[in-house]
Design a binder for this molecule. Structure first.
Ligand code: ADP
Length: 355
C-alpha cells in the first residue's frame, strides 16, 4: 500500500511500480507533476491529455464551446479588467454622443466560479449586483475565476457515462438531482423526462468521451428548463449522482471504473427498475448518541441501504454518508410520489442542516 497526499508525484511513481494503470477519484490532479511519470510509461486512465480540459471549469467551458454543446454563456473574470482593444474605444464625444459598447452583457444575478478547487458549492458564488462583482474583483485572482449567466432551470439532471479502451460507450440512467445550498441533497433515477431529453444527454456524453478519447467513468451535470438541456459541469470520475447504481444496477459506476481502468470492456448496466432514490446524509449539529440512534433508525427503514463514510470530522453540511432505497411504483407519476414519501420518511429521521 502507498499512502500519501494525492499531489505527491514521487508517491504516485512508487504506486505505479505495483500496478498496470492508475485512475483518479477526484479532479484535483496535478497534471504537470504527473506528466514526467506518463512519459516514463506509467499508464493513467483516463489519460492526462483527456483530463486536461476537464480539471478546470474554464477549460470545461472552452471544450463545450469547441464541441458546440449547449452550456451557459460565460466569460473569464479577467475579461472585465482587460483594456478595450483599440477599435472598441468609443470615438471622442461629438454633438451626437455614441454610447460606449457594453463590455459585459450577461446581466445580474450572475454565477462566479473558481476555475479549480471548488466542490459542493465551495468556489461557487451568486453575484446579485455590480457591488458584489466589484467586491469579488478585489478579493480574487481574476485569471482563476469565470462568470456565467444565472440559468433558470426547472430541474437539475445528471448522467454518468463510461467508455472503455476499445471505444465502447455505456450510460447509466439519466437521474434527477436536487441540491440544498449548492450541495447535492437527493438523486432520483430515472428522471421523469421525455426520452428525447435522455437521448440528447447521451449524445452529449458520447461526443465528449469520443472527442477526448476518454477511458473511464465521466459524469455530467445538466440544467433542464425553458432553455432546454444545458451542461453545467463535467466530472472525470465516479459521482455522487451515480451512487444509486450500487444497488440499482447489475454493474455499478464503481465496478465499471475498475473494469475499464484494468483494461476490461464496459459491462451491461442492467438498471433494475422501476426506480431508486439516493439521499445524502449531510452533517448536522448532534451528539454522538443522537447520530448513532439516527443511523440505526435509517438502517431499519424498509428496503434501505445505508452507506456510512466514517469521516473523522463530521462537520455540519459535510456529506457523511448516503442512503439508497429501491422504489416499487409502476408509473413515472407514482414513482415521484413514492420518492416524495420516502424522502419525507428519511428526513424525519435525518433532517437537512439549517439554511
Ligand atoms: P460544484 O463544483 O461546487 O458542485 P456547480 O457548478 O455544480 O459547483 O454548482 C453547484 C450548484 O449551484 C449547482 O448544482 C446549481 O444548483 C447551482 N448553479 C451552478 N451554476 C449555476 C448557474 N449558472 N445558474 C444557476 N445555478 C447554478
Amino acid at each position: 500500500m502507498v499512502q500519501a497526499d494525492c499531489g505527491d508525484a514521487a508517491a504516485t511513481r512508487r504506486l505505479g511500480a505495483h500496478c498496470r494503470a492508475i485512475s483518479f477519484e477526484n479532479e484535483w490532479v496535478d497534471l504537470e507533476a504527473l506528466a514526467p511519470l506518463a512519459a516514463e510509461g506509467l499508464v493513467f486512465r483516463p489519460s492526462l491529455a483527456a483530463l486536461e480540459p476537464l480539471v478546470n471549469k474554464r477549460r470545461q467551458r472552452e471544450l463545450l464551446e469547441r464541441l458546440h454543446l449547449p452550456s451557459p454563456r460565460w466569460l473569464p473574470l479577467e475579461r472585465l479588467i482587460e483594456p478595450l482593444p483599440l477599435e472598441d474605444i468609443p470615438p471622442p464625444i461629438t454633438a451626437d454622443p455614441v454610447e460606449p459598447r457594453p463590455v459585459f452583457d450577461l446581466g445580474f444575478p450572475l454565477m462566479a466560479k473558481a476555475s479549480t478547487g471548488g466542490y459542493d458549492g465551495k468556489g461557487t458564488l451568486v453575484i446579485p449586483d455590480p457591488a458584489a462583482l466589484e467586491e469579488l474583483l478585489e478579493r480574487v485572482d481574476p485569471t482563476e475565476w469565470i462568470l456565467e449567466e444565472f440559468v433558470s432551470f426547472d430541474q437539475e439532471l445528471a448522467l454518468v457515462a463510461c467508455r472503455d479502451g476499445q471505444g465502447q460507450v455505456a450510460w447509466f440512467p439519466l437521474a434527477r438531482t436536487h441540491q440544498h445550498q449548492h450541495v447535492c441533497d437527493w438523486v432520483l433515477a430515472p428522471a421523469s423526462v421525455d426520452q428525447a431529453v435522455e437521448a440528447l444527454a447521451r449524445n452529449v456524453a458520447a461526443s465528449i468521451l469520443a472527442s477526448l478519447d476518454y477511458v473511464g467513468v465521466l459524469s455530467i451535470e445538466f440544467f433542464y428548463g425553458p432553455g432546454g438541456l444545458v451542461v453545467n459541469e463535467l466530472a472525470p470520475r465516479t459521482h455522487n449522482s451515480g451512487h444509486f447504481t450500487i444497488e440499482a444496477c447489475r454493474t455499478s459506476q464503481f465496478a465499471q471504473q475498475v473494469r475499464i481502468v484494468s483494461g476490461d470492456n464496459v459491462a451491461d448496466i442492467d438498471f433494475d427498475g422501476p426506480g431508486a432514490l439516493m439521499v445524502n446524509l449531510l452533517g448536522i449539529e448532534q451528539s454522538a448518541e443522537e447520530e448513532a440512534e439516527r443511523r440505526t433508525a435509517l438502517a431499519m427503514l424498509n428496503g434501505a441501504h445505508l452507506h456510512w463514510y466514517g469521516k473523522r470530522e463530521p462537520r455540519p453540511g459535510r456529506k457523511l454518508g448516503h442512503l439508497t432505497v429501491l422504489l416499487q411504483a409502476a408509473t413515472p407519476a407514482e414513482l415521484e410520489l413514492e420518492a416524495d414519501r420516502r424522502l419525507a420518511e428519511i428526513r424525519s429521521i435525518w433532517p437537512l442542516p439549517p439554511a
